[in-house]
Design a protein around this ligand. Structure first.
Ligand code: TMP
Ligand code: ASP
Length: 250
C-alpha cells in the first residue's frame, strides 16, 4: 500500500520509494470557485496525466527545471519532492476571467504584453491576489527566487504559446506553481504541479471555442470531449488508449 501524503481537489500525492520522490495521482474530480462547484469529468485524470507528461518533458528539453521524472501508468507519475512555494503564478496573454471582472478590461483583448500575476495559495482566504511586495515582505519567497520564478514563467509562456499555436490552439492564460529542490545547501527553483486544460485556458484558433475547464466552470457541456480534443491535437494518446479512457476501462 502506498502511503497517502496529501489529497487535493484534482490530485492525490503518495510517498515514492525513494525519499526524494513522490507519486502524483490524477483524479477525474473537478472543482471550481474554491470548491463550491463539484463534479466529475470522466477520463480527465488520464488525459491530464498524459498532457502534463508531454509538456513537462518538452520544458525539460529546453532546460526549464521541473518536478516531472516519469509517467508510471495511466493515472500516476513519479515526481521530485519539492518544498512547494504557496503562490499561484498566473500568466495572461488574452484578457478573460478574473482580469475582466476585476478591471473591466474588454473580454478577448490581446494584451500588449503578457501579464504575470501572483495569488496566495490559501483556500480559506479564497486565493487572494498579491503583489511582489507582499511576497518579499512576508518572506514567501526571496527577491532572487521571485526573479527566477518570473523569468521561468515568461520562458514557459513563450514556449507553450508557440507549442499550442502549432496545434491551432490559443494559449489564453494559465496557472503555474513552483517549488524548491534542496541539494545540500543549493536550492533550485523548479516548476511543479501540472500543465493541463485544468489550469490553462485554451481556445480553438479558428472558432474561439473553449477547450478547457471553463466548459465545466460555465456549464458549457462536452467537457470531456474538449479535454480529449486537446490531447488528440497534442498527439498524446493513441486511438486505442482513448477508447479505453471513454469506456473507463483502465
Ligand atoms: P482567473 O482568470 O480565474 O484568475 O484564472 C486565470 C488562470 O488560472 C486560468 O487559466 C485558470 C487558472 N486557475 C487555476 O488553475 N486555478 C484556480 O484556482 C484559478 C482561480 C484559476
Ligand atoms: N480549482 C479551483 C477550485 O476548486 C478553482 C478553479 O479552477 O476554478 O476552487
Amino acid at each position: 500500500m502506498k502511503k497517502k501524503i496529501y489529497e487535493g481537489k484534482a490530485k492525490v500525492i503518495y510517498k515514492g520509494k525513494d525519499p526524494n520522490t513522490l507519486i502524483q495521482y490524477f483524479k477525474d474530480d473537478a472543482t471550481a470557485f474554491n470548491n463550491k462547484k463539484k463534479g466529475v469529468i470522466p477520463g480527465k485524470g488520464v488525459i491530464n496525466n498524459f498532457i502534463s507528461e508531454l509538456l513537462m518533458t518538452r520544458l525539460t528539453d529546453i532546460n526549464i527545471p521541473n518536478h516531472f521524472i516519469k509517467r508510471l501508468n495511466m493515472r500516476e507519475q513519479l515526481i521530485r519532492k519539492l518544498e512547494i512555494i504557496a503562490i499561484e503564478v498566473v500568466v495572461r496573454n488574452i484578457a478573460t476571467g478574473s482580469l475582466v471582472k476585476r478591471l473591466g478590461i474588454e473580454e478577448g483583448k490581446i494584451l500588449s504584453r503578457p501579464i504575470i500575476e501572483f495569488y496566495l495559495k490559501d483556500d480559506k482566504l479564497n486565493d487572494p491576489i498579491i503583489s511582489e511586495e507582499h511576497i518579499i515582505a512576508f518572506e514567501w519567497a526571496t527577491h532572487n527566487e521571485l526573479e527566477e520564478i518570473i523569468s521561468l514563467s515568461a520562458r514557459i509562456n513563450d514556449f507553450l504559446t508557440g507549442y499550442f499555436y502549432s496545434q491551432k490552439i490559443r494559449l489564453v492564460d494559465f496557472k503555474l506553481e513552483f517549488g524548491r529542490l534542496w541539494e545540500n545547501h543549493d536550492c533550485t527553483i523548479m516548476l511543479a504541479d501540472e500543465i493541463s486544460p485544468d489550469n490553462c485556458r485554451l481556445w480553438d484558433m479558428q472558432t474561439n471555442e473553449k477547450l478547457d475547464k471553463d466548459r465545466f466552470r460555465q456549464d458549457l457541456g462536452k467537457v470531456d470531449k474538449a479535454y480529449k480534443e486537446v490531447a488528440y491535437r497534442l498527439g498524446v494518446l493513441s486511438e486505442k488508449e482513448f477508447k479505453k479512457v471513454l469506456k473507463n476501462d483502465f
